[in-house]
Design a protein around this ligand. Sequence first.
Ligand code: PLP
Length: 407
Amino acid sequence: MIRINENYLKLKPSYLFSEIAKRVAAFQAANPDKPIIRLGIGDVTRALPEACITAFHRAVDEMASDATFKGYGPEQGYAFLREKIAEHDYRSRGADIDADEIFVSDGAKSDTANIQEIFSVETRVAIPDPVYPVYLDTNIMAGRAGILANGRYSSIVYLDCTQENGFVPDLPGERPDLIYLCFPNNPTGAVITKGQLKRWVDYARENRALILYDAAYEAFIRDKALPRSIYEIEGSREVAIEFRSFSKTAGFTGTRCAFTVVPKDCRAYDVAGNAHGLHAFWNRRQSTKMNGVSYPVQRAAEAVYSDAGRTQVKEFVGAYMANASLIRTTMQDLGFACTGGENSPYIWVKTGMDSWEFFDMLLEKASVVCTPGAGFGRCGEGYIRISAFNSADNVNRALERIRRVLQ
Ligand SMILES: *Cc1c(COP(=O)(O)O)cnc(C)c1O
């Protein structure tokens, strides 16, 4: 008899986006004359930067001729891309990261999902609340979550992110081994200062813990004093793995390219207490289970680092940040406390009511779709997330309607 992995039975149904879709469809059916504007999406809307498209086309043409055709590439990614990442994203910011510590992949979702595989099933995992659901669900699938009681899993150390702590979690009372952090944050838009991040790095060092740092939104940081990488923090090379993606930075959500940095100084321990390098483990995992990212996609990603690419990405991010700024100031004018939108594309709005109730109200009265905070975890109750990923026209129209309804 074939048995299933029963850990999958412990997963809560992924209810958030299907429930939103259901409510939006019902509203649209009842109100066919009212066009809906979606400010709930975590997907970009602008076309790829021109520099990326040019490089993409050129690489596709190389595939058309025997002389320049590429078959399997290195599982870790082509050196041309890894070198550019190391130079532009790390060394230029004083972070000591080598090209061969970078693993190119098809997405930060897969990497943040897969990384837990290289750790023991006994690993104690700390996860923020509210949270991007991948970190929690993949640990549930692996059997690290314990049992579900009152909406929370018994073996998970929850890192509550609240208005009181500015949505940057406090150090936990109970000692975890593996700590997921995401800044700029999805869903709250909160950012972390170098001082705050240093406390987490020091904590990990003192406790032989490891930080999994999701920096998918680093390109949206405007404030020059904020860290764009955890490797800007002293001592982090031994205790942090970082995830980055071209998805939000350069519109690669449908093109698929990302990377993970595993410094050669990162260690974990076997049952006898012997240290093992995580770089070798991740390298073995990746080269066993994947064959890299397509050559044209890696060439398109490389173009992000060209002079033209860098200018275009700035424009690209700038357009979303103009939306973000408008959303934030409008909601604040209307009397709502807001987080995010200054160094991130998400604005986290305190609603003063149940988050699904507020969602329904915006949908019914303004035909605007947001994301109810409760869908991201218990601490998200009472909040909604508004996304800046849309055209300026749509954002302006949506905000006009919200003003009319809430003023
Ligand atoms: C969008 C997003 C990612 C990026 O995922 P890809 O698979 O690279 O598209 C990673 N982490 C968070 C928190 C995100 O919101």
